[in-house]
Design a protein around this ligand. Structure first.
Ligand code: FAD
Length: 564
């Protein structure tokens, strides 16, 4: 039975950074991923990573922008850590081999991004995540003697001992179907977000909230789950992302009258206001009949105002995306976009070292909620979050492991429980609904009722639907009854994870009776600091999410009216 000091679930940027940090501390490390590590969703990150690198910049300015972007819900101690450590972290990545774009003077080039008071986004064209992920993977290969890789292994649940401490996982080898116990002194969850609980989403098929749900199921609290980011520029047909880098390079947003409507809601920052503000402004144009396209459901993103040479150099992936998925040459004509689900600010509640309230369990990256993003994440702050808190979690877990004995517990009953669950799914009669149908219903429901605008009636109806879908998912059938690469059975497990994420999102959105950041309640349209300047925490109790609150941490910046 494998046993490790630090077992990391997830090999995106957060997981790989954690593995590297833990290995450098001398821990015995393993990293597990349900896909090959460089296919982790971090590979899709496009526009860049924020750091106050410029000589004219200061990390405090980055921190203030982040606090304001969060609509004052972000914890300022965590934001200070992230922003002050950012320049060193980005330089370190460059030294490892990430080829960040350089300007004519040979300095690292920085582009403008939403909600930032100056240019501070380092980038590799519009493939920044891919460039970073591949370099980190090379670094992990260097540490192959101390870092074990379980590639294409699917974690089904977290192991706990009698005291409720986390001490490993149960996982299925996707290639063979065998189920095994992995013991560990510490487990770091780096499983990414839960975008697939929505339809459409910019997130890939593998982003199904596994880590959030697995932590929740063993009693870890989730925080800020109501805060779901809709990105302002997603393709109308498919929901695919056009990076904010396009607006950073100067692209305009236009309504059906050809107006740059951002003048109304963000006269200073215009298209580069924070994402919640821009998405709402777009949705208002669409709802009030000034949208573009056959049914007025879109907005024009006009990249033609950016010099063509620059677009071809700095935004080449979205040139390809526009051509291949919308039939539009963005260097010559505007492309139709709309707001689309993109990111979840909430997740497993942690401290600034990635620790959750469950001993032995850490979380970092999109799965976690530190909370540096609060009510709204600034573009290019997520890659930073993955690296800073991935590294810190790796270091802390390695140090903790050094002072402890290997966990002693009998995990056979938990192994048996997971094995029986998988067998039961595979054996289901083919007479209920299919897993994929239920998943589609879930995504449509969330996109209808827990999107840019929300109200009590819609949220209650979403909750009712989610409860029904949970029932149905218990009988949902699959086609594949084999053991080798049976993605079907894993899809059924993932559906359960997504339902947990959807339920907690909606419960928290019902609870928060105000509008802040990404949560805009049409029935409570004002921000209400007196009653709601606090985090909503959700813990699983008797099968239901139990609501409690925690304080927002303030250091230097008091809440103020948020204008762009
Ligand atoms: C299209 C797109 C563009 C983006 N662009 C930017 C950008 O320019 N800048 C920015 O800051 N942010 C950007 N983001 C957001 C950012 O990319 C993500 O938030 C971040 O990469 C998440 O990294 P992560 O390491 O937390 O998780 P991921 O990269 O999603 O990795 C999750 C890992 O967990 C593993 N895993 C999950 N469940 C299981 C399980 N049950 N068993 C085993 N393994 C499991 C997966 O295999 C994977 O290895 C973008 C997001 C998208 C969708």
């Amino acid at each position: 039975m494998p046993a490790h000091d630090v077992l990391i679930i997830g090999a995106g940027l957060a997981g790989q950074r954690a593995a590297l940090a833990a290995a450098q501390q001398g821990a015995s490390v393993a990293i597990m991923s349900k896909v090959h590590p460089v296919r982790s969703h971090s590979v899709a990150a496009a526009g860049g990573i924020n750091a106050a690198i410029s000589v004219d910049d200061d990390w405090r300015s980055h921190a203030y922008d982040t606090v304001k972007g969060s609509d004052f819900l972000g914890d300022q101690d965590a934001i200070e850590v992230m922003c002050s450590e950012a320049p060193q972290e980005v330089m370190e990545l460059e030294h490892m081999g990430v080829t960040f774009h350089r300007n004519d003077r040979g300095e690292m080039d920085l582009r403008a991004f939403g909600g930032a008071s100056m240019k501070r986004t380092a980038y590799v064209a519009d493939i920044t995540g891919q460039a970073m992920l591949h370099v980190l993977y090379e670094q992990l290969m260097k540490h192959h003697e101390t870092v074990e890789r379980y590639e294409e292994w699917f974690t089904t649940s977290l192991l706990t001992d009698d005291a409720g401490n986390c001490c490993g996982v149960i996982a299925r080898d996707i290639r063979t179907g065998s189920l095994e116990i992995f013991k560990a002194k510490n487990v770091i969850l780096a499983c990414g977000g839960a975008g697939q609980a929505y339809r459409p989403t910019t997130n890939g098929l593998i982003v199904t909230g596994d880590g959030i749900s697995m932590a929740y199921r063993i009693g870890a609290p989730l925080m800020d789950m109501e805060m779901v980011q809709y990105h302002p520029t997603c393709l109308v047909e498919t929901g695919m992302l056009i990076t904010e880098g396009a607006r950073g390079e100067g692209a305009h947003l236009l309504n059906a009258n050809g107006e740059r409507f951002m003048e109304k809601s963000a006269p200073n920052k215009m298209e580069l206001a924070s994402r919640d503000v821009v998405s709402r402004a777009e949705q208002i144009e669409i709802n009030e009949g000034r949208g573009v396209g056959p049914d007025g459901a879109g907005i024009y993103l006009d990249v033609t105002v950016v010099p063509r040479k620059r677009t071809l150099e700095a935004l080449r992936e979205i040139v390809n995306l526009g051509r291949d998925f919308a039939g539009v040459d963005i260097t010559r004509e505007p492309i139709m976009i709309r707001p689309g689900q993109h990111y979840i600010m909430g997740g497993v509640k942690t401290d600034i070292d990635g620790r959750t309230p469950i001993e032995g369990l850490y979380a970092a990256g999109e799965v976690a909620c530190v909370s540096v993003h609060g009510g709204n994440r600034l573009g290019a702050n997520s890659l930073l979050d993955t690296l800073i808190f991935g590294r810190r979690a790796g270091e802390h877990a390695a140090a903790r492991a050094a002072g402890m004995a290997p966990p002693e517990m009998d995990a056979n009953s938990q192994l048996k429980r997971d094995a029986e669950e998988l067998e039961e799914i595979i054996a289901r009669p083919r007479d209920g609904r299919r897993v994929s149908e239920i998943k589609n219903d879930l995504g449509d429901t969330m996109n209808k009722h827990a999107a840019v605008f929300r109200d009590e009636e819609g949220l209650n109806s979403a909750l009712e639907t989610i409860h029904r879908l949970r029932e149905e998912s218990g009988k949902a059938w699959i086609d594949d009854r084999g053991t080798v690469f049976n993605q079907d059975v894993l899809g059924a497990i993932e559906l359960g994870f997504m339902i947990d994420c959807a339920e907690t999102t909606v419960v928290a959105a019902i609870e928060r009776k105000e509008s802040r950041g990404a949560q805009y309640r049409t029935d409570f349209p004002e921000r209400n600091d007196e009653e709601w300047l606090k985090h909503i925490d959700l813990t699983l109790k008797d099968g239901e999410p139990e609501v409690s609150y925690s304080e927002v941490t303030f250091t230097q910046w008091q809440p103020e009216v948020r204008k762009y």
